[in-house]
Design a protein around this ligand. Structure first.
Ligand code: ATP
Ligand code: MG
Length: 374
């Protein structure tokens, strides 16, 4: 049953394919997202509000023969956050899984972690390898959804709801869409985009590519956005198709960094890439609307090194406004790294350690920053 909380606008559309049953009499399209519709069981005659509704996903072309204006109570959509840095090993995955766990465990938020990296570090930080092996054997990973998006299979049996794992680490509200070591077939993507480009009147590969990139992750997540407060995407280092598609789907990006010169270069490169991505999607139907929620410093060592880190930090402070930097940083704490052995983030396995306390405070600051964006 859809939870209905905020007033939005929609269209009631009678669907002749499903005529008979009460559930399937009306389709109420969510204008914010044309991929979602609601199957309406009944309408409150005076206000026109849905008495009860069930959310469904759009598959194929509907045959509509009637529509009328209608007002529906809709749930707020999840905020999508990508954790990104071109540089590897800076703490993206550790930040993703600990932030997500804190949001669910200590702030009662509903959170989905999506592992976009074929290293599957986020997946294996949240579940044991043998559990993952079982899931993968059944094909219930991100790879299934990507395969279906690239080459739609009319006989496909699973949807995103079947693939998401609930109550991860036995924490209510924490869910995972597991990644995979083989995510998609690059050859199939090239062929699909080539075919799509030559089928257009004035073949333009760039437009076709931008559309694919801009919609791949967005459309995949669309059916579940009302289920969560936050969807956090753990991106691979570098700047591959899934990272770009994840950024294109996101409201915010989170930038973990170590205060080292090369890490700072990685941050600057990323900033430029995101500007370029926004530019290339500017003319599309759905331009990018992503903001930096903040840079999180993962600090290392102390003593003599700290003077050197301070110098780097000062450089960063000239590149970013104070609002773009998290005041709370994360200390290097061996317990954070050791937590991986228990297949649980440190904030749940060892909540009293220095690292955990820092993640909990960071989560509080994160929520304040999100709220400040409105
Ligand atoms: N605060 C911390 N204290 C101690 N170890 C940490 C901390 N943060 C991260 N690490 C460790 O640093 C290593 C790299 O972290 P992580 O995997 O999160 O980085 P990443 O940016 O996701 O890497 P990749 O680019 O390969 O995806 C891991 O072994 C992790 O356990
Ligand atoms: Mg990682």
């Amino acid at each position: 049953m859809a939870r209905l909380t905020a007033i939005g606008q929609g269209l009631v559309q009678l669907h002749r394919l499903y005529g008979g049953s009460a559930w399937h009499s009306f389709h109420l399209w969510d204008q914010r997202n044309p991929l979602i519709f609601y199957l309406i069981a009944g309408l409150e005659p005076r206000t026109g509000s849905a008495l009860s509704a069930r959310r469904a996903t759009y598959h194929g072309s509907p045959c509509l023969y009637h529509c009328q204006s209608f007002s529906l109570l809709l749930l707020p959509m999840a905020k999508i956050i990508s954790t990104v840095n071109m540089k590897g090993g800076v703490g993206k995955t550790t930040l993703t899984v600990n932030l997500a766990t804190c949001l669910a465990k200590y702030f009662q938020k509903r959170v989905l972690v999506l592992d976009l990296d074929s290293q599957i570090s986020a997946t294996l930080s949240l579940m044991a390898p043998h559990d993952f092996a079982g899931i993968r054997k059944k094909g219930k990973t991100l790879s299934y959804l990507l395969g279906n998006a690239i080459q739609p299979n009319p006989y496909s049996k699973l949807d995103i709801f079947d693939i998401i794992c609930p109550e991860i680490c036995q924490i209510e509200g924490l869910e995972l869409l597991p990644g995979d070591i083989e995510l998609y077939d690059e050859y199939l993507v090239s062929e699909k985009l080539h075919q799509a480009a030559i089928a257009t009147e004035n073949p333009n590969f760039e437009t076709v590519w931008n559309k694919f990139e801009g919609t791949l992750i967005k459309e995949m997540l669309a059916p579940v956005l009302e289920e969560y407060d936050f969807v956090i995407l753990d991106c691979a280092p570098g700047y591959n198709l899934l990272t770009r598609s994840g950024i294109a789907a996101s409201d915010f990006y989170l930038l973990p960094a170590r205060p080292e010169p090369l890490s700072v270069v990685g941050m600057q490169l990323l900033e430029r890439r995101i500007e370029k991505l926004k530019e290339s999607h500017k003319a599309s139907d759905d331009p990018l609307n992503i903001n930096l929620i903040g840079v999180v410093f993962i600090l290392s060592g102390g003593g003599l090194m700290s003077r050197y880190y301070n110098q780097v930090m000062r450089r960063v402070q000239t590149d970013f406004t104070p609002g773009q930097l998290f005041q709370q940083s994360i200390p290097m704490d061996v317990n954070v790294a050791k937590a991986v052995d228990s297949f649980m983030p440190v904030v749940t396995s060892m909540p009293n350690t220095a690292g955990s306390k820092a993640f909990i405070k960071l989560t509080q600051e994160f929520l304040q920053k999100v709220e400040a964006f409105g």
